[in-house]
Design a protein. Sequence first.
Length: 261
Amino acid sequence: MKRKIEHLCLAACLAAAPCTAAWAEAHFGGGIEYFHWEEATRPVVEEKGPVFALHLAYAQDKASGALLGLRGRVWAGTVDYDGALLATNTPISGTTDYFGLDGEVQGRMRSVTGGQRIDGILALGVDSWNRQLTRDQSEQYLVLSLRLGFEIEPDGRRRGLLAGLGVNYPFYVYEDANFDDIGALNNPTLRPKGRVGYSAHLGFQIDERWRVLGYYDVMRLKASSAKFVDFVPASGLTDGFYYQPDSDMTVFGLRVEYRLQ
């Protein structure tokens, strides 16, 4: 399953590209994010540090009413790791490499008041990332979620405030922990469960082309059910039941966007 999740997500994000020529709202941007991953273990597993992200968004340019939107994001970076060895639970420190893709299909309902657009949003999102813990140990995640939120921005292309709030719920989570890469005879799929997470952004549209935004996103996962893993003796790991503990992914970001259309 290695890399297949990332390829699937990328294909989904690019599938809408032929439609964009008919759409009048398109933004491309990039920036830096502070990434934090935490697992409820003893000792606590914690990963944190800067990652870099590129963003692309399209939406129908309608004055009011129902409209369709899309967004995509590619992100990557190396963050600090503090946790423990799987075999002995001995505390260790190191680094973790991440590469991720995510996208969202949005249904929006727009109204305009006081020179501001107000959009209610119901969105279906897909998140995928590779978590490279060591040369031989990696994990791939695929998460499908629903998001409910609202956004405000200036009507037309004038200067003004950008803001948004939302809640998200991951309703499907797939994790490939690649146990076979570290000496297991089987590789059971882990299925963490979703918990309600949050998102928010605040920014300013400088002119008809440029805008800057700060944003905050939280994805929260409940522990998976434990699955039995059978290791070969030479691996140094003990046969037993393994699971993904409660985990939170938090991102603080700052990005600059440019209007393409």
